[in-house]
Design a binder for this molecule. Structure first.
Ligand code: ATP
Ligand code: MG
Length: 291
């Protein structure tokens, strides 16, 4: 190395739907920083990283032009800005979709039927590309916000907008007819700096920490008691990461089994374990998991 280590820069949303998820992710990997400051760059006390709080719209560009090395932003925003950035890791929060929606009482059932009609959106690039790929000509009405009211104002026949639960659409008497894009928050990097030797080691350290946090969320640590004869069946049901830990109990006919179970199949596995003879099943969350 050059001796002098350069501090990393990461951009995140200052205030909005991604702020809480991003803050808890960064705190979850042990970074200590003031969560809201007027100053431009907020330093982490215990890692060579400075955080830039900004508008989510600007983050892809900050990363692409090297103002910052890393960013956390919705994939929808990267696609919309056509930013030249490298996606390092999906982060498991900020789930939403960019959808085409029409008024409930509209007779339009598919995006093809919007040929020659007006479509309101604050995602002009994504929308344009979507309809171009379909070979459908639409007139874009670009709005910076409150896109969902455009049809009732008579400004457009349809909208292309972000929807997570769909409640905003329902509230405005709209229904989804197609999905343009599925999105979640992602960690992005400038393609050049991510390979440069003065920051790569620290980016790798951050990546390992984030991956261990995300992996931990997918598993539960499970302890149970079982009669010794039930062990072969239990091992089949729950192979653990390598193999379950088996600890003898004072009663020689019994053992304690420690294992991890994937969150996604948790209850199915627990039911099978009980059928196989396991009892006194104790479940703990896992804070970090380094695989
Ligand atoms: P900023 O002031 O930073 O520009 P904003 O108002 O443009 O904020 P938000 O509404 O906070 O943006 O949304 C930020 C991101 O959160 C979206 O780009 C999207 O990736 C994600 N998101 C998740 N759920 C939703 C949702 N229900 N509506 C809008 N965005 C959502
Ligand atoms: Mg924005």
């Amino acid at each position: 190395g050059t001796g002098e280590e350069r501090r990393l820069r990461l951009a995140m949303q200052r205030q909005g739907r991604l702020t809480e998820g991003t803050t808890s992710l960064l705190r979850g990997i042990g970074l200590q920083f003031e969560s809201y400051q007027q100053r431009l760059l907020t330093p982490c006390r215990n890692f060579p990283l400075d955080i830039l709080f900004g508008r989510d719209d600007d983050i892809p560009e900050y990363v692409a032009d090297g103002t910052v090395d890393l960013g956390i932003v919705g994939r929808n925003m990267i696609v919309e800005k056509e930013a030249r950035v490298e996606e390092l890791l999906p982060l498991g929060f900020g789930y939403c979709s960019l959808v085409v929606a029409v008024p409930n009482d509209s007779n339009i059932e598919s995006p093809e039927q919007l040929h020659g009609k007006r479509v309101a959106t604050s995602y002009p690039n994504s929308t344009k590309r979507y309809f171009q790929n379909l070979g459908v000509e639409v007139e874009l009405v670009v709005l910076s916000g409150s896109v969902e009211v455009a049809p009732s104002l008579g400004i457009a026949s349809a909208i292309v907008d972000i929807s997570a639960t769909g409640s905003t659409l329902v509230l405005n008497d709209l229904r989804t007819i197609a999905t343009v894009l599925e999105s979640e928050a992602v960690l992005i990097a400038n393609p050049e700096t991510v390979e440069s030797s003065d920051v790569k080691p620290n980016i790798d350290r951050l990546l390992l920490r984030i991956k261990s946090l995300l992996a931990a969320k997918q598993y539960k640590y499970v302890m149970m008691n079982a009669p010794r004869w039930a062990l072969p069946a239990i091992r089949k049901i729950t192979p653990g990461l390598k193999s379950p830990t088996v600890v003898p109990l004072a009663d020689p006919d019994w053992v304690a089994v420690h294992t991890v179970i994937q969150e996604s199949e948790f209850w199915e596995v627990i039911e099978k374990l009980r059928e196989a003879g396991a009892s006194e099943i104790l479940v703990n969350p896992i804070e970090k998991l380094l695989l």
